[in-house]
Design a protein around this ligand. Structure first.
Ligand SMILES: Cc1cn([C@H]2C[C@H](O)[C@@H](COP(=O)(O)OP(=O)(O)O[C@H]3O[C@@H](C)C(=O)[C@@H](O)[C@H]3O)O2)c(=O)[nH]c1=O
Length: 188
């Protein structure tokens, strides 16, 4: 497993090794012992899987407020997507900054999004599947959203066509309008 730091402290890009043979490949997508050797100890409790039928489908930006904050380990099961994490920790030197990476079935890359970050993605191909592990259970009362195209954040989405969003995401507030529920250094 190759572990690469990103411009946002705590957000990591992971590249699991793929063992190819005549049948295809084998890969460990999560290994708690290997990750602990890399200083990452997260007790994941829920795995999620969603399919987006159309390219240009946007889901996000989402997070759960404490006490149900979630770290997420995200990968693409089929197709191609652009995955984004935004630092929303009050007092963070990188508050409002974002990083984005293309995750695809082909490249096998994974993004680790810690607590204190909003997460979202746009699909770049039809029938794209995302698969991710979460460190806390779904808690609808703690579910929060931020506008995917908030100009204050200024994410450079690699999608110029029309975006397909849920009604909830289309009505999401800007970063400047949401309560700051995470604080930098103070934990979640
Ligand atoms: C997220 C979630 C949703 N649901 C239900 C609620 C709702 O009826 C239906 C669809 O929910 P949503 O519209 O919130 O699904 P979606 O927009 O795919 O939400 C996801 O987006 C990405 C970007 C994330 O980071 C995830 O944490 C999650 O927020 O699924 C669960 O039962 N468990 C869950 O963990």
């Amino acid at each position: 497993m190759r572990v690469e730091k990103t411009a946002l402290e705590g957000v990591l890009l992971l590249e699991p090794r793929r063992f190819g043979d005549v049948r295809g490949f084998f890969s460990e997508s999560w290994n708690a012992r290997v990750m602990a050797e890399n200083g990452i100890e997260i007790a994941f409790v829920q795995d999620n899987h969603s399919l987006s039928a159309k390219a240009g489908t946007v889901r996000g930006l989402h997070y759960q407020a404490p006490p149900h904050a979630q770290a997420k380990l995200v990968r693409c099961g089929r197709g191609r997507l652009y995955d984004v994490a935004v630092d929303i920790r009050d007092g963070s030197p990188t508050f409002g900054h974002w990083v984005g990476y293309e995750l695809s079935f082909e490249n096998g890359l994974q993004l680790l999004v810690p607590e204190g970050f909003a997460h979202g993605f746009v699909t770049l191909e039809e029938d794209t599947e995302i698969v991710y592990k979460c460190s806390d259970f779904y808690a609808p009362e703690s579910d929060r959203g931020i506008r995917w195209d908030d100009p204050e954040i200024g994410i450079d989405w690699p999608w110029t066509g029309e975006a397909l969003l849920s009604d909830k995401d289309a009505a999401a507030p800007a970063l400047g309008e949401v309560e700051r529920v995470f604080s930098y250094g103070g934990g979640a």
